[in-house]
Design a protein around this ligand. Structure first.
Ligand code: FES
Length: 102
């Protein structure tokens, strides 16, 4: 039987990398796999692991506004993300870490 526990991460970043290969709009159309890779590299280089975890996700339901990147448990969504938005996302994560969120 499962056990209810708190998340072990201060911030869990989900990047939708769903790819419908043009059949319908999906986050991969906007380059989300590259956004995921860039965020993952920055998180590692900044020494934020293990407090910050990045996971790729399937569809988050707001495909028309993709690429989508979400931060939980803070309930923060970034939509229509481009590579140029990566510093903004990193800044928000840094603020979360500095805020003492546990
Ligand atoms: S494909 Fe990314 S939110 Fe649906």
């Amino acid at each position: 039987m499962t056990e209810l526990r708190r998340t072990p991460y201060t911030c869990h970043v989900f990047v939708c990398t769903n790819d419908r290969r043009g059949a319908r709009k999906s986050c991969a159309d906007g380059g989300s796999p590259a956004i995921r890779s860039a965020l993952k590299k920055e998180i590692a280089e900044r020494g934020w692991k293990p407090r910050v975890r990045l996971s790729q996700s399937g569809c988050l339901g707001l495909c028309a506004q993709g690429p989508n990147v979400v931060l939980y448990p803070q309930q923060i969504w970034f939509s229509e993300v481009t590579g140029g938005d990566i510093p903004v996302i990193l800044q928000k994560i840094e603020e979360i870490l500095a805020s003492g969120w546990e």
